[in-house]
Structure formats: structure tokens, C-alpha cells
Design a protein around this ligand. Structure first.
Ligand SMILES: [Zn+2]
Length: 404
């Protein structure tokens, strides 16, 4: 690793103007940076490594809201409450409960029937629609033909009515076995395999405090949890919308504090399966302050289109001037303490992380910012946010000098 100090020695910029601390020249700063760099790496060698976060953006908890049985109150109460706090849920349709559906024609006019037009609006606002079968049987007790029909036909009808292909299932009565799971995977990517209940029913959460505890447990346990909800103010297990909204606001707060990911079952399943299938290859570094890797997956990229979060700890004290590129395309990233979190889909093209000044040992920080914003180049030129600019244009950005 080398640091080029040419610009420091040759810089025509008045030092005070460039924001250098009194008594410290660029060359001296660069030398100190060099010593710090080597000293640091000798004292605490860090093994460079990249991993995939257990959850999106490396947050500790995941919570998934699932709604069973195509209840009218899902359209009237649940979706508007979720929309109010900007969260998404997964709605599991039992097709006989849908009034104007082909499979539901027998129940048209029943007071508990919901309509396809309502589900279309809900789906268009970004909530997930999944299958809760055609007729709500215990799938472990039906014939193989019926099992096939309940799972495949329900998906086909949802596709025909709403124009979306459902990818997850909630089993009626949570009834399943190996044969049911095998059949499910012919049409879907995942099913709800565990849950906690909401509403007025023994063992379920009916108060905001009890509901919030589900979320607190997920965060404390660094794990995912799935909430199972039936009717809001209607049987079965009627859930009062007032504490539920209070609970949703708590979830929103946890999301904003980066402690929780409220996912749909589809999104979380894509992430989980994608995470467990990805193969990471670290590539030899082509230049200093660079880490390059390739992440590939055997999964169908058209279906597994949910980006993974890659976690990288830059092996230097400073994580400034970071760029993450795939070819010429910049990738989305954020910081989590001293970890760099990178959002990317697996693919054949490698991902390159660079940090620190790439052409000089001296970087600077714009006034009022917490990370380096530019690099001092040669002969009065500065690199500010990737643009080469002359001294007069660089002035507003010149602040404290950072040593490398
Ligand atoms: Zn059900």
C-alpha cells in the first residue's frame, strides 16, 4: 500500500485557506497518515471478509403481518391502517370468501364476502396477495387431486383476477406435512411455517402491549416473527383496530430506528432463500484501498429479484470516500457503525468497494460534514464528489484535512 504525497508538497493552495491545522503541512500530515496506517495494521491485523446479512440492512428483527381468510375488514380496516404508517402486509385469500370470484360464486351476497375489485386496489398499493386455498380444507386430509387443485387453481385464479402471481401460501388451520410442503413448492416459493396470533382468542395478543412484545422478542432474539390476523372487529379472533394502530405505530418507530424490518412473507422468503443460496468469491485486489468480490446464485433471477445486504468492514480506521460499483453502475450502500452495508442482487459481474483517496494521501472534509468529501489533487486542483474542480470552485468544500 502506498501513499502519493506529490500534491501535498506541490500544492499552491494557501494552507490556512485549505483548512490545514496550524503547524501541520500536507506532507507532514501525509507522513503521519502513513505511520498511522502501518502502525495500525501491525498492531491489529484485520481479516478482510464479506458476508450476507441475516436480514435486510442488517437489522436485528423481522416482523411479517399476515391476514387470513379474505375478510372484508382487511379491505376496510387493515390495509388503510397499514397504509397510514407506510407498512406492507401479506393477505391470504380463501377464494370461496370472495363474492364475485369464479370459485366464490356460491357465496355472492353473503355478508362476509369481499370483492376482487377491493383486492385489486389492495394489491396495487403494494401489499402481498398470497393463497389460503380455494375452499379452506385441512390440506393433510384431502385427496392428492384435491391438494393439487387447492394450491394450483387458487394461484391461477388470483393471477387471472389480479394479474399477479402469488408466491407464498398460508395453510388453512396451519395443517401441513411433507407431502403438502412438496406440492406447495411446485407453485410457490414458501409457506407460513410459524406464527403468533392477534385478536380476542385465548393465547393471542389483544392489547397493544402484548402485540409490541411480539416485536420486542423478534428484535431481542435477532430473529423473524410472523403475526397471524383474522378479522378486525369481525370473527374469527376479532382484533380491535385501536390497539392495532397503536402497535403499528410502534412498529413504524422500530423500523425508523433501524431495529426492525417489516416485510411481506414474499419479500422475506426471497431474501432468506437468496441469502442461503448465494456464493461469494473474494477477488484479488487490483489497487490499494480496494475490495472486490463476486456474488452468484443458482436461483432464477427473474423470481429472486429482492436485493441482498452484503456486510463489509473496511480494514482501516477510516471509512471515508467510499464507492461501491458494479462495472460503471454505483450500488446503494449505507453505514451501520463501522460496517458498510451494500445492497445488491447476485450476478456474474463483480462488485468493487473502494475507500479513501485513490490518487493522494490527503483528503478533506467539507465544513459541517462528518465524512470526507474530497481529495487534494495536484497543482491547485481538487476532487470534490468525484468531480475535478479548481481552487476557487472547491473553496466552499474545503474544511478539516483528514490523514490517511
Ligand atoms: Zn383460514
Amino acid at each position: 500500500m502506498s501513499i502519493d504525497t506529490r500534491c501535498g508538497v506541490a500544492s499552491p493552495i494557501p494552507l490556512a485557506k485549505a483548512g490545514f491545522p496550524p503547524g501541520r503541512t500536507p506532507a507532514r500530515l501525509a507522513l503521519l497518515g502513513l505511520l498511522a496506517l502501518f502502525g495500525g495494521s501491525l498492531l491489529s491485523p484485520i481479516q478482510a471478509a464479506i458476508t450476507v446479512a441475516k436480514h435486510q440492512w442488517n437489522v436485528p428483527g423481522v416482523f411479517i403481518f399476515t391476514f387470513d381468510d379474505a375478510k372484508p375488514s382487511h379491505l376496510v380496516h387493515a390495509a388503510p391502517l397499514l397504509n397510514q404508517v407506510g407498512l406492507k402486509g401479506s393477505f391470504y385469500l380463501t377464494l370461496i370468501h370472495i363474492g364475485d370470484g369464479a370459485a366464490g360464486s356460491a357465496v355472492v351476497g353473503q355478508p362476509n364476502s369481499s370483492s376482487w375489485s377491493g383486492w385489486k386496489i389492495l394489491a396495487d398499493s403494494g401489499h402481498e396477495i398470497g393463497s389460503h386455498t380455494l375452499t379452506h380444507p385441512k390440506l393433510t386430509e384431502v385427496s392428492p387431486d384435491q391438494l393439487d387443485k387447492e394450491l394450483k387453481e387458487s394461484a391461477a385464479i388470483i393471477k387471472e383476477k389480479l394479474g399477479i402471481t402469488p408466491i407464498t401460501v398460508a395453510y388453512p388451520f396451519n395443517s401441513r406435512n411433507a407431502a403438502v410442503t412438496k406440492k406447495m413448492l411446485e407453485t410457490y416459493i414458501a409457506a407460513r411455517e410459524f406464527q403468533v396470533g392477534y385478536g380476542a382468542e385465548a393465547g393471542y395478543a389483544a392489547t397493544a402491549a402484548a402485540m409490541n412484545k411480539y416485536v420486542d422478542d423478534a428484535i431481542a432474539g435477532n430473529k423473524e416473527q410472523i403475526g397471524m390476523i383474522h378479522g378486525l372487529n369481525e370473527p374469527y379472533a376479532p382484533l380491535d383496530p385501536v390497539p392495532f394502530l397503536e402497535h403499528l405505530k410502534y412498529c413504524r418507530k422500530m423500523v425508523d430506528e433501524k431495529r426492525l424490518w417489516v416485510a411481506t412473507l414474499g419479500a422475506w422468503s426471497k431474501y432468506r432463500i437468496g441469502r442461503d443460496s448465494v456464493k461469494i468469491t473474494e477477488l484479488p485486489a487490483s489497487q490499494p484501498r480496494t475490495f472486490e468480490f463476486r456474488a452468484t446464485s443458482p436461483l432464477n433471477a427473474a423470481l429472486y429479484d429482492f436485493p441482498l445486504t452484503f456486510v463489509y468492514k473496511i480494514p482501516e480506521a477510516k471509512a471515508d470516500l467510499v464507492k461501491v460499483m458494479r462495472g460503471t453502475a454505483p450500488l446503494n450502500f449505507r453505514y451501520d457503525g463501522d460496517l458498510l452495508l451494500i445492497e445488491a442482487l447476485p450476478g456474474p459481474e463483480s462488485i468493487k468497494i473502494t475507500w479513501g483517496p485513490q490518487s493522494t494521501g490527503i483528503a478533506f472534509r467539507a465544513p459541517g460534514t462528518s465524512r470526507a468529501t474530497g481529495v487534494i489533487l495536484d497543482k491547485g486542483w481538487f476532487l470534490v464528489s468525484g468531480q475535478k474542480v479548481a481552487e476557487d470552485r472547491a473553496k466552499p468544500y474545503l474544511g478539516p484535512v483528514l490523514r490517511w
